[in-house]
Design a protein around this ligand. Structure first.
Ligand SMILES: [Cu+2]
Length: 336
């Protein structure tokens, strides 16, 4: 009996230690992320929704949460009742049961039907968000970018930063080549953009993402090293970036970052004007968070980026300023 008591005490002490460790590590993780992200809208629940399909995703989330919540609570109530009702008594012996076909059928069919039902109900939203049948062809993209109907952006992930490749005024994304990728202060070289190709001459590559509000943004998503995951919490967008694959992501922002996150006059989105050498403020709004949602290496936790959702005028200002900044000095053929 003495040995049992010692074991019990050891187990209690160990549980306490583990619980403390777990609490401490969660608290530490929380405070460490606070120092590396910038958005002020983080909350313990869902961040404020800002995309056209965020409402549909949230409704599915709540439906699944209610369903699993009700089942989870019921299971724990039954478990607790049975634990107490059938606890050890010296005069009671166990009963041998070989199975109950009717009961097994019920507990298999109900979850199966619930899951099939959930899959069926969510199919329309899933198809709309992840598998758009009307994804524009490259020619349609070029045309619609030129007509200012949509925005196209190639998102290139690497350890531990995001790069955003815009097509420029010609509406065509220039090609990238693996052999051109190098460590550089020039982001076009970082992603291996082939500047000798005519389509690439007016392209711009930025470290922050800027898109206009109420406009569909079509993105190609890839990585130049390991797996990453492009995550926009406010937009309910999450998609893996896989080396060698052209992933597809689209979203339509319904609210600007200034509306949702707020303004900050000390940290505006500014770009150096190539003509005057002065920094021009494009937007004074605080950005949405862009997060990497795939454990991608030792510094995965610092792999965050900024998404500014602005007016069309501000978006064009951003693209024009960057275009001038990154355009080859002697080239006037591309609309600058
Ligand atoms: Cu990453």
């Amino acid at each position: 009996m003495r040995v049992v008591r010692i074991f019990n005490r050891a187990a209690a002490a160990l549980s306490l230690l583990l619980a403390t460790l777990l609490t401490w590590s969660f608290a530490a993780a929380q405070s460490s992320t606070e120092t590396v992200t910038t958005a002020d809208n983080r909350s313990w629940w869902l961040p404020e929704a800002a995309s056209s399909f965020a409402g549909d995703i949230d409704r599915l989330f709540y439906a699944v949460l209610i369903m699993t919540g009700v089942v989870g609570i019921a299971v724990f109530i039954v478990l607790t009742v049975f634990l107490i009702k059938y606890r050890y008594r010296p005069d009671r012996t166990a009963t041998y049961i070989s199975g109950n076909e009717k009961l097994e059928l019920v507990w298999t069919l109900i979850p199966a039907l619930l899951m099939a039902g959930t899959a069926a109900v969510s199919q329309a939203t899933w198809g709309h968000v992840k598998n758009r049948q009307d994804w524009p062809t490259p020619e349609q993209m070029t045309e619609r970018v030129k007509n200012k109907e949509i925005v196209v952006c190639e998102i290139v992930a690497r350890q531990f930063r995001w790069q955003f490749h815009y097509p420029g005024p010609d509406g065509k994304l220039g090609p990238r080549k693996i052999e051109l990728i190098k460590q550089s202060a020039d982001l076009a070289e970082v992603i291996g953009l082939d500047r000798s190709h005519p389509d690439a001459k007016d392209d711009i590559v930025t470290a922050q993402m800027v898109v206009p509000v109420d406009t569909e943004v079509f993105c190609y998503l890839t990585s130049i090293d390991v797996l990453h995951s492009f995550y926009l919490p406010n937009f309910r967008v999450k998609q893996d970036a896989v080396p060698g694959l052209d992933g597809r992501v689209w979203f339509k922002a319904t609210r600007t970052s200034a509306e949702v996150i707020g303004r900050d006059t000390t940290n505006p989105l500014g770009v150096v004007d190539a003509d005057s050498g002065l920094t021009v403020t494009v937007s004074d709004s605080k950005p949405f968070d862009i997060v990497c949602a795939e454990l991608c290496g030792a510094s995965h936790y610092v792999m965050f980026g900024h998404l500014y959702v602005v007016s069309w005028e501000d978006y064009e200002k951003f693209i024009d300023l960057y275009g001038k900044l990154q355009a080859p000095a002697d080239d006037d053929d591309f609309g600058f």
